[in-house]
Design a protein around this ligand. Structure first.
Ligand SMILES: NC(=O)c1ccc[n+]([C@@H]2O[C@H](COP(=O)([O-])OP(=O)(O)OC[C@H]3O[C@@H](n4cnc5c(N)ncnc54)[C@H](OP(=O)(O)O)[C@@H]3O)[C@@H](O)[C@H]2O)c1
Length: 257
């Protein structure tokens, strides 16, 4: 593999305006990469561009609402024609809203599926054909450790993240030998504007710069399918995932109070 940052091609990061996406974009930019960043709020990308001015890499702001397939395709077309072929698509855009089971709302579920699943799906549809034609590229899908199993108030968020995990696993199998690598990113709690809204203790809460450094390292130099962090919380969630339901439910109940 070519040295990170100097590798030809563009790193496209969705949800680059804040949190994990923004910190990871800066990590790539400090290493000299060409980064295209997308989010709906142009001003968050402009402030990232200002911060990126001191980095060795080059940043391009391409604001769009990625729940719209046509807008997503237009962003990728611009990257491919005006900036350079997408070598890595980090499909990270998403959001979280708790939905207590007693307030179950199909509308909330639909909104979170649009924000978390369809943004990634539109991104995959947009980048995949050219990557397949070139027989090279990486697609990294940001799901969550919350996608491993049902958690309180997460019927909507968790359903979308579980869907992303399953989708990444299926694509990993289907695209074997195509030259396109599919990666799955499952974070635990990372300190971002998204988790700043949480009013409960978050075990092993990770600083966003540490999460970005881990992600950059794994995407540029690693080959593993699944990238998890922080490792302590990932280990606990992996162990819970293996348990039979009569053990899983009481343990989750006790851990989440
Ligand atoms: N933080 C954690 O602890 C944690 C844990 C597990 C998984 N994750 C996942 O990691 C990803 C990033 O989370 P974060 O904590 O960094 O959140 P964040 O700080 O809220 O950032 C989310 C980014 O996604 C963008 N976005 C949301 N909807 C979009 C849309 N429809 N089109 C384009 N961009 C959109 C937002 O910008 P605009 O609002 O301007 O569009 C923002 O830039 C999410 O997928 C989240 O589910 C986070």
């Amino acid at each position: 593999m070519t040295a990170a940052g100097t590798a030809p091609g563009t790193v496209w990061i969705t949800g680059a305006g804040s949190g994990i996406g923004r910190a990871t974009a800066l990590r790539f930019l400090r290493a000299g990469a060409v980064v295209a960043g997308t989010a709906r709020r142009a001003e968050t990308l402009d402030s990232l561009a200002a911060e990126a001015a001191g980095c060795t890499g080059r940043f391009h702001a391409l604001p769009a609402d990625l729940t719209e397939a046509a807008a997503t395709a237009a962003v990728v077309r611009r990257i491919e024609t005006e900036i350079g072929p997408v070598r890595l698509a980090l499909l990270n855009a998403g959001t979280h809203r708790p939905m207590p089971g007693r307030d179950f709302s199909a509308a909330t579920l639909r909104q979170l599926l649009e924000a978390n699943v369809m943004t990634a799906a539109n991104g995959i549809e947009a980048v995949l054909p050219a990557m397949l034609a070139r027989r090279s590229g990486q697609i990294a899908i940001v799901a969550s450790l919350a996608g491993y199993g049902g958690l309180p108030t997460a019927a909507a968020y968790g359903a979308g993240k579980a869907a992303l995990i399953n989708m990444a696993e299926a694509l990993r199998l289907d695209l074997e030998g195509s030259g396109v690598a599919v990666r799955l990113v499952n974070p635990g709690f990372v300190k971002t504007p998204l988790t700043d809204r949480n009013r409960f203790p978050m075990p092993f809460l990770m600083p966003v710069e540490a999460a970005a450094a881990r992600l950059w390292q794994a995407l540029e130099y690693g080959r593993q399918f699944e990238i998890v962090f922080p490792w302590q919380f990932a280990l606990i969630m992996k162990a819970l995932r293996l348990l039979p339901y009569p053990a899983y439910f009481p343990l989750v109940r006790r851990a989440t109070g």
